[in-house]
Design a protein around this ligand. Sequence first.
Ligand code: CP
Length: 298
Amino acid sequence: MRHFLSIRDHTAEEIEALVTRAVQIWQGAAPKKLSGAFATVFYENSTRTRLSFQRAAEMLGLSHLQISQEGSSIRKGETLEDTLRTMRALGAVGAAVRTPQSHALEDVPRQDLGLSLINAGDGWAGHPTQALADLAACRVSIGSVRGRRMLIVGDVLHSRVARSCAEAFRLLGATLQFAGPPTLLPEGLAEALGGERVEIDRAIGEADLVLVLRLQRERQEKGYLPNVAEYRRYWGLTEERYARLGPQARVLHPGPQNRGIEIDAAVVTAEQSLIGLQVRAGVHARAALLEEVLSDAH
Ligand code: CP
């Protein structure tokens, strides 16, 4: 594995192996020691993803080159490819890249770049390392996801997390259900992602995993929603809906949360919430991934 751009490029065995290794590192196994630098190239804001790549790189003995639009020559018009070539010249052996455009890394000529590339979130298309983190958090909390019923709720249309988690959890044997307003879960999207559309209040009591999606207000054009109070009422994981979860169920949210809109504040830190665990899992999942993509190639 040299690059990690999409869950779709990988087999169930490869994804399972990464999750297993993430949990081993989490439980104290020593990560491999690598040399050189790892770059985070972010064209969008991030807290969890960027800092967990930084922590993971440090665990493997790599130094960290951080670049964002503000304060860099990206603002002068430098292209993504030239920015990545500059990172290579500065000693980077790999780079995690976040872009507002879907599939941006697919246009970068990877053969002669000399860098392993990781998709850290691209537009609506994918956020595959979030899916690895979420699988690792589930592995630690409930074990295998095989046979578990996952309910994905909310702004599926604009969610790269929904796409990557749907691909990854289904690949590892979970069944998928989707609920959301028709404007944000249009006809046919649930089926295109390998699941079925359900009514949230009918499905929630049977769900094993409830993935609450952030309302992607920065990506929305006008007209998707009447208002956020109605969104919470019809689609939010409110305290009332949380109380109807089975004892086996766990709540996931990739963060950052819009508290009081797609999820109530009390649910974020509730006993069956994995939200804090997902962030911790993100460091170990990314350490396992960096080991895998960087150790053979460099
Ligand atoms: N889940 C996630 O991608 O969060 P950040 O935008 O903070 O990285």
